[in-house]
Design a protein around this ligand. Structure first.
Ligand SMILES: NC(=O)c1ccc[n+]([C@@H]2O[C@H](COP(=O)([O-])OP(=O)(O)OC[C@H]3O[C@@H](n4cnc5c(N)ncnc54)[C@H](OP(=O)(O)O)[C@@H]3O)[C@@H](O)[C@H]2O)c1
Length: 284
């Protein structure tokens, strides 16, 4: 157990699986009271149990983030109630990534991708950021994607949705930054869900293989998943309005150093001039 997030509270959407799950467990280990969220109650309970078994604090709040403002507001309200009225950190992680090309994307698929990946974080941030400003500050972390810069021929609607979320990162940084809320994006490379069945296909893998620079992606244990630490705590960073591209570790040797491996591979790619004042060290 560490204490980098001692006394802090965090909501991580889509934390019943893969990246969000890894972030929730890492935050729990650093002392944050974590709200794990998603639709799957069983997987949510498992993540909560794992955090508690580590000595951390966590609760599950079920949510189907269908893109409606009402669903996002309901999650925000229930989370605030569970966390004692304050949410210091919001990680907009829940996302879907069908690997359809443009011709294979029907209107329903397009609308679902934008509902979960753009509208849901939009209304969740709208519901929580004002409370953060009132309570002295906070941090919003959006999950972007490598696909925005690589432009793979598959998952085109997905890529557009992540471009929108990265654009919102810049806009929110300008909107809320001067009031103490730092807003950043993490854009991971392909991170496959670890599992015994290495042959199971994954839409992220399909997208990666559709690029010219395709390379095999590792199945990474949770401790090695991309971390949001660089933009969570001002002890390590006072950045706002930046997108951090996080490469997945590619070789067994590069995976040897577990907890810090992803950080050493982080390349900061500022995507705009921070217009809001950076949050002070008393903030998340
Ligand atoms: N994996 C990659 O290679 C990769 C690369 C770049 C960026 N990203 C981004 O990173 C984020 C997480 O990716 P991942 O690989 O961890 O995804 P994942 O394993 O498919 O997990 C997605 C999470 O989102 C939740 N979710 C999906 N639809 C939802 C809905 N309607 N309402 C509420 N929760 C919902 C799921 O929870 P339930 O099933 O419980 O609803 C699950 O916990 C996504 O935003 C993704 O776009 C991933």
């Amino acid at each position: 157990m560490g204490n980098r997030l001692h006394g802090k509270t965090a909501l991580i959407t889509g934390s019943t699986s893969n990246i969000g799950r890894g972030v929730a467990i890492a935050y729990g280990r650093e002392g944050a009271h974590v709200v794990v969220s998603g639709r799957n109650v069983e997987r949510g309970a498992e993540v909560v149990a794992e955090i508690r078994a580590d000595g951390g604090r966590a609760d599950f709040v079920a949510a189907d983030l269908d893109g409606s403002a009402a669903a996002s507001r309901a999650l925000a309200d229930e989370t605030r109630a569970v966390l004692g009225g304050r949410v210091d950190i919001l990680v907009n992680n829940a996302g879907i990534f069908p690997a359809n090309g443009t011709q294979g994307t029907d209107e329903d698929t397009f609308d679902r991708v934008f509902a979960v990946n753009v509208k849901a974080p939009f209304f969740l941030t709208a519901a929580l950021a004002p409370h953060m400003t009132e309570s002295g500050g906070g941090a919003v972390i959006n999950l972007g994607s490598w696909a925005v810069r690589q432009g793979p021929p598959l998952g085109t609607a997905y890529t557009a949705s992540k471009g929108a979320l990265e654009a919102l990162t810049r806009a929110w940084s300008a909107e809320f930054g001067s009031r103490g809320v730092r807003v950043n994006a993490i854009s991971p490379g392909v991170i496959l869900i670890p599992g015994p069945d290495e042959t199971t296909s994954n839409p992220a893998e399909a997208m990666m293989k559709g690029t010219r620079t395709a390379a095999p992606a590792p199945r990474t244990p949770s401790a090695r998943r991309p971390s949001t630490w660089p933009v969570t705590s001002p002890r390590s960073c006072t950045a706002s309005c930046s997108t951090w591209t996080v490469a997945a570790p590619r070789s067994p040797s590069s995976r040897a150093d577990t907890s810090h491996a992803p950080y050493s591979r982080v390349s900061r790619a500022p995507v705009g001039t921070p217009r809001g004042a950076p949050a002070s060290a008393s903030h998340v």
